[in-house]
Design a binder for this molecule. Structure first.
Ligand SMILES: Nc1ncnc2c1ncn2[C@@H]1O[C@H](COP(=O)(O)OP(=O)(O)O)[C@@H](O)[C@H]1O
Ligand SMILES: O=P(O)(O)OC[C@H]1O[C@](O)(COP(=O)(O)O)[C@@H](O)[C@@H]1O
Length: 316
């Protein structure tokens, strides 16, 4: 079983329009609502592939009820921790050419008692000895920036490896405290973490190795349309995915992480192949829709071990 925790989940609302024009009245062709939030999406993607998973998340208000219903409809096992605030709705606008614009809301604050209840729900999940704990997404206000460090300590006590996908202060705090089995920043998040631009493959690999030096095991850096780099101490691997016609990039990173974790007992390069295949498949689907097994083509992913450090990422 893979346990995910999403402290700030959302109902993802997507509006599909022809082209976004500021200041105009635009009519949406399609409006959809899907369960969202980073760990929630990892669980949804794993569930579509028959991988056992459980999603822990706080829920409140009418959107919280809708989120719980959406997860139940999708057959995703969830532990919903009740909170007094209302779960957020994040808005995505997708245009015909695949341009995706996201408007993320900060979400409800969690009280200390609600934060403790969330931690207790994770503890209960950890007692079931999951093969991974996935800690993902932004932290709601009221939750201290070291929340993921606290989670990682609890997981370590049970010998459960932790995969982290977040940004800003929560990423920096957890990454610097070490002991994470996997971090999944995108190129921009890694660059922000290290405080410098990372235009080449060599820049990303050496930046990720700096993060490994803080006591972490592996870094999966997703590069949007340019694929992904997996960096471990001994080797790094570059994966370039198939060309896809993008429809919505929302949830691509979450599906990449799910693909990486789904590949049981596989060599690092095969885990990376799976990550990029799942991410590319997600981009071809509308809204926050997660791909199923028929939509994924791992054979279309090209992998290079210890790639040329001089390669420029935006030219890949
Ligand atoms: N425009 C795109 N075309 C093809 N694949 C894409 C595109 N955008 C993202 N992907 C795939 O999804 C993965 C995750 O995307 P990325 O944007 O880096 O993550 P995040 O959603 O976390 O920002 C990439 O590694 C790639 O495999
Ligand atoms: O917690 P954050 O950083 O606000 O992100 C939440 C949003 O990110 C998503 O999880 C999508 O994430 P990715 O596009 O990075 O895979 C949405 O479902 C959700 O609306």
């Amino acid at each position: 079983m893979i346990l995910t925790v999403t402290p700030n989940p959302s109902v993802d609302r997507t509006l599909e329009i022809d082209a976004l024009v500021r200041g105009e009245v635009l009519r949406a062709r399609v409006a959809r609502a899907e369960a969202g939030g980073k760990g929630v999406n990892v669980s949804r993607a794993l569930c579509r592939h028959g991988v056992a998973t459980s999603a822990v998340l706080p829920v409140g208000g009418a959107e919280g009820a809708q989120l719980t219903d959406l997860l139940a409809e999708g057959g995703v096992s969830a532990v919903a921790v009740p909170i007094s605030g209302a779960t957020r709705s994040n808005i995505t606008v997708t245009e015909t050419d695949g341009t995706t614009t996201k408007l993320n809301v900060s979400g409800p604050a969690l009280s200390e008692a609600e934060t403790d209840a969330l931690l207790a729900a994770v503890d209960t999940g950890l007692a079931e000895e999951p093969r991974w704990l996935v800690a993902s997404g932004s932290l709601p206000s009221g939750v201290s920036g070291d929340f993921y460090v606290r989670l990682a300590r609890r997981a370590a006590e049970r010998g459960v490896p932790v995969a982290l996908d977040t940004s800003g202060t929560p990423l920096e705090t957890a990454a610097r405290s070490g002991s994470l089995s996997l971090l999944k920043p995108n190129q921009e998040e890694l660059s922000e973490l290290l405080g410098r631009e990372l235009p080449t493959v060599g820049d990303v690999v050496s930046g990720a190795r700096e993060v490994l030096d803080w006591g972490n095991e592996a870094v999966l850096v997703t590069l949007g349309a340019h694929g992904a780099l997996l960096v471990r101490r001994e080797h790094s691997w570059l994966a370039r995915g198939p060309q896809v016609v993008p429809r919505s990039t929302v949830g691509a990173g979450d599906c990449s992480l799910a693909g990486y974790l789904s590949a049981r007992e596989a060599a690092p390069s095969e885990r990376l192949r799976s990550a990029v295949a799942w991410g590319a498949a997600a981009v071809a689907l509308p809204g926050t829709t997660v791909p199923g097994p028929d939509e994924i083509d791992p054979a279309a992913v090209d992998i290079v071990e210890d790639p040329d450090p001089a390669l420029i990422i935006k030219e890949l």
